[in-house]
Design a protein around this ligand. Sequence first.
Ligand SMILES: [Fe+2]
Length: 474
Amino acid sequence: MTPHGQSHLRGPGRSSTTGTSRTDADQRDRTAGGNFGEADWRLREKVAAQLIRARDRSVALTDAVDDDDLTRQHSTLMSPLVWDLAHIGNQEELWLVRDVGGREPVRHDIDDLYDAFQHPRGDRPRLPLLSPAEARGYVREVRDKVLDVLDRAPLEGRRLVADGFAFGMIVQHEQQHDETMLATHQLRRGAPVLHAPPPPAAVRPPAAAEVLVPAGPFRMGTDIDPWALDNERPSHDVHVDAFVIDTAPVTNAGYAEFIAAGGYDDPRWWSEVGWAHRVKADLTMPRFWLRDGDRWLRDRFGVVEPLPPDEPVVHVCFHEARAYAAWTGKRLPTEPEWEKAARFDPETGRARRFPWGDEDPGPEHANLGQRHLSPAPVGAYPAGASPLGVHQLIGDVWEWLDSDFHGYPGFQAFPYREYSEVFFCGDYKMLRGGSFGTDPVASRATFRNWDHPIRRQIFAGFRCARDARPEEAT
Ligand SMILES: [Fe+2]
């Protein structure tokens, strides 16, 4: 994935028992390191807080289950949870302890075990992995060294460390693996172990079902977001023809109509490759849906419950999303269309960081960060709408787009080709916006996610778009 799907961070120079307590960070001795200015210290405090927040989540996700569940493979699509945990620590060691810190390796002998490129997920349970206790001890030892590096290392002079980029990359990597581990929890069988308050109710639905996004140039991508990853750069002008986009993601109720209308039985709505997959995989409904007489249920982290009609549909693959859109006479948005709908401010002509503005996401803006364990109903986040009135672009569900993964014009791999470039032109479709399981630190409106078009274990849904009719476009 991205990181979300593929989790491909790789070390430099080569092709709660675990957590650090808040007290540790709060008491870090500001005199221990270099003679840094106030802005520099603020950056270091921000980095430390983000590192700790990510680790708290990793610990919660792995402490929620016993050792058997940590070492078991819950699906061939996923790693054992204990692999994710040690891999998080190994990437942190490679980049922050060894590269940024210039320190001796903590565990040189396990680098290959936790290199995502060396071992496909299906093979990982058979590797001589660290035990849960060893993995917890390892990530704790790495983190202690990293907080010491953070107190001392210069955050200037190298592109890797400028604005704390390497730390930001590692924070995002951990949070992305946390979302992957959350998906593993969804695949796990057994009694529920995760708990969170329900998402907020709808307070104000979108004013219209769809809106026009006017034709014209749009500045896509970013040059200025300090923790933006290489594939989000550089910013560049794109021309987007006038189009019309749904103001909300497709809901469970809407998707159930597609099923009731025989959408899974009619090849007219499916692409050739999509229909072949539908038949081969015997797809008849979204993953984790259950039929109970004439009503729908869903299995959500071990809780079987009536399907909420107004929540965005989740756990559909690209092919299902595309077929639904065709059934409605529409199509999926392209990636430039999605980003323009999310960022374009018609008053100023500039692109915002987020639909609501430039400020970081708050609880009022979007359903992010695993605060809730499901998408929120349409209309739950009016404060997060874009200037054009498009709701819930950020959070709730990743949105499948009808675009392949490629580098922007002028793309430069950083800090290494395996972060993004080796995935260009592969069998991937783009996903945007983040889900309820995506942390705000990895949810910019420029953030790009990609995955195979048949994947359904990720927290992905979609919304529809269409070309503007001539009378609408003028
Ligand atoms: Fe990874």
